[in-house]
Design a protein around this ligand. Structure first.
Ligand code: NAP
Length: 229
């Protein structure tokens, strides 16, 4: 479970642990938060890695398999989020988003899939975003990275079949007491008339981790109906 120290990742890790999964908790900077999640997950091990660095990803997956044996499941949750007018985005701003949201997601999938292929089965869930489906003008770079995650999910589902399923959960607005005017406008436009809860993302992740293996390459928007407006 990548980015498991805070917010959505924290809830997914705790919910999966409650439902019987042995969870490996990954963090980058949030060590104290990761330790708290580990405690709530019954003393699960924690693993540090900067996913912007591919050698760190390779070390992370080697450490996890040393501790757990080959992986059954991977949840790619870690991501970055920034807001810029596209006219102002620099190469550095672009790379900052893509090196984690898209490049790291791919190399985490690759590292996990090598272990899963060796053991003969596996499940991968990539957390994308409604922003990978619908265009957000001040997040063109983020939208492109998450649209990339969606296509990566579909392509890897084909590449890794029949051994591994690859699916994606695309959250809409999930709030953490950080609602500004722009986010409130999105909540107001949401047919279910509220923000989503991280537990609702965890439910969708759990579904893909336990669903029939005939379900692969799918994108599930958990967005209160905002996608279809
Ligand atoms: N919140 C929403 O409304 C929403 C909406 C749509 C999609 N999503 C997606 O849902 C997922 C979780 O969202 P969130 O809001 O909970 O995310 P978040 O708090 O912004 O980030 C989750 C974690 O990603 C990790 N991370 C970032 N850069 C990293 C790096 N270089 N190496 C390793 N880890 C890194 C961070 O770990 P550390 O703290 O340990 O550094 C962070 O705790 C993301 O994929 C996001 O794009 C969220």
């Amino acid at each position: 479970m990548t980015g498991a120290g805070k917010r959505i990742g924290r809830t997914i890790a705790i919910e999966l642990s409650r439902r019987g999964f042995a969870v490996a908790i990954h963090y980058n900077h949030s060590r104290t938060d990761a330790e708290e999640v580990a405690h709530e997950c019954g003393g699960a091990p924690i693993f540090q890695a900067d996913l912007a660095k591919v050698p760190d990803i390779q070390r992370l997956f080697a450490e996890v398999s040393e501790s757990f044996g080959p992986l059954d499941c991977l949840v790619n949750n870690a991501a970055r989020f920034t807001r810029f007018n596209p006219l102002d985005i620099t190469e550095k701003d672009w790379d900052f988003i893509h090196e984690v949201n898209l490049k790291a997601t791919f190399f985490c999938c690759q590292a996990a899939a090598r272990q899963m292929m060796a053991r003969g089965s596996g499940r991968i869930v990539n957390i994308s975003s409604l922003g990978g489906i619908r265009p957000w003008a001040e997040h063109a770079h983020y939208c492109a990275s998450k649209a990339g995650v969606i296509m990566l999910t579909k392509a890897l589902a084909k590449a890794f079949a029949p051994t591994i399923t690859v699916n994606s959960v695309a959250p809409g607005v999930i709030s953490f007491n950080d609602v500004d005017a722009r986010v409130q406008a999105m909540i107001d436009a949401t047919p279910m008339q509220r923000a989503g809860k991280p537990e609702e993302i965890a439910d969708a992740v759990h579904f893909f981790l336990t669903a029939p293996t005939f379900i692969t390459g799918q994108i599930l928007a958990v967005d209160g109906g905002l996608n279809d407006r």
